[in-house]
Design a protein around this ligand. Structure first.
Ligand SMILES: [Zn+2]
Length: 251
């Protein structure tokens, strides 16, 4: 067999194994959704858009995956403190459970040089657009840079500014079209809670990030602040979640 024919054969069998793997994952995903649908029919779930821990069954969580995760919705990305090559994970982006890119972004506290961070971040923005996945943004002391990139790349997919806690930036972030996501800071930062009162129920998300906490705690603080029923908040958040996380096909 000449070299080209041999290469083609290897390529074909590689593609075939990818198709088989993806089909298997799709079946797993649909089983997961069916099971989830049964429990969701009973009540509206909490949504936690960014968590490093596996969630309770009454929570739709976007789990930040660090390795292959096949049994729940996850996001995948390179945190700005690392400088891995992003295309190493492209196969995972095709996984039916992968519903977002991230967390990724820019962080001036990171030891990774800013020019490297920018390069890795831009690659992930390109993937977010190409694979039609929303992007979970990590931004520390880099808002001006992030805003400039957002302006120049003009992404069509939504960005979620996770762990948002800079009151003075809230208006700018919202007017840029980026969705702030509040975590535990909401529980002890009164100014942040006050500022979030101006947002309507579809203009933000809630999360727990790396805190070992049930997201219901953050929901209760927000519902109390807004003087609304907890179920009203849950319903609005779940509706918005389904709109933004387009790969989440659960009803
Ligand atoms: Zn995180």
């Amino acid at each position: 067999m000449n070299l080209n024919r041999k290469k083609n054969k290897i390529h074909r069998s590689y593609l075939m194994s990818c198709v088989i793997k993806l089909n298997k994952n799709t079946i797993l995903f649909h089983h997961f959704l069916q099971k989830k649908q049964l429990s969701l029919n009973m009540s509206v779930p909490y949504v936690n858009v960014h968590s490093h821990f596996v969630e309770a069954s009454n929570v739709v969580g976007v789990f930040q995956a660090t390795s292959n995760v096949v049994n729940r919705p996850f996001s995948i990305g390179i945190h700005p403190q690392f400088s891995e090559v992003f295309h190493a994970r492209v196969e995972q982006l095709l996984h039916p459970f992968c519903i977002a890119i991230g967390e990724c972004g820019l962080d001036k506290r990171s030891k990774t040089p800013m020019n490297e961070q920018l390069l890795i971040f831009e690659k992930q923005i390109e993937c977010s657009e190409k694979f039609k996945l929303p992007l979970i943004l990590h931004c520390v002391k880099s808002w001006e840079e992030v805003r400039a990139i957002h302006r120049s790349m003009n992404p069509q997919m939504p960005w979620i500014f996770h762990g948002f806690n800079k009151v003075q930036l809230l208006d700018q972030v919202v007017s840029t079209g980026i969705i702030p996501s509040f975590g535990v800071s909401l529980c002890h930062n009164e100014k942040l809670l006050d500022a979030s009162m101006d947002l309507d129920l579809t203009q933000f998300f809630l999360e727990t990030d790396d805190a070992k906490l049930n997201v219901s705690v953050v929901y209760n603080v927000m519902a109390k602040g807004k003087k609304i029923n907890l179920d009203t908040l849950k319903l609005a958040q779940y509706k918005q979640f389904k709109k933004v996380f387009v790969k989440w096909k659960n009803g």
